[in-house]
Design a protein around this ligand. Sequence first.
Ligand code: MN
Length: 221
Amino acid sequence: MIIQHYPFELLPLPYLYDALEPLIDTETMFFHHSRHLRTYTENLNRILGPYPEFHDWPLERLILENKKLPESIRQGIWNNAGGVYNHQLYFAGMSPNPTELSGKLKSALLLDFKCWEDFYEAFFEMALKLFGSGYLWLAADERGKLVILPLPNQDTPLPQGLNPILTLDLWEHAYYLKHRNQRADYIRAWFQAVNWNEAERRYQTALLQNAMQSSRPMQGC
Ligand code: MN
């Protein structure tokens, strides 16, 4: 993972704009990445520009230590650092070659949600019900326990001490061009595009960062 700091760059997508067709359409991917994410990136740089003392702060620090920033730029940094962080995670969480849930993440998911169907149903319902603009997160606490967490706007799970594993962008720009008001169709399509390899990689990294190999008992469904 590249440590990014000012000036933040628009990282390329890990696949082509049309690679997720027909699940996520080309036009949506193009606007989402080259317009929405670009705008968050440019706004973040514009706000940070006059403050060289924060130019070596990575995204996570700008979010976690937001209160240490001058009050006049705090909210702008919160929104735009979150916008960059969340979109990078969202795009990396999908793949044109979707992989099966496996490994430690699968074990944890079956432990915390009993079985795949229960997890899917819970995630689906919360994604459907999230009001306004925001994201639905799969995140792990410091012991590796998984939680599904709805957050508004460009908030992240980081300030709650949670490690983001996977995120679903539920702003209307993520689906409105193709699905209009049919959010459920978008959620179903997204599930088919999930890059579980990347989610597993993030989960294992979170376990290592927290210096713990989960000692929780493993159970089946
Ligand atoms: Mn978005």
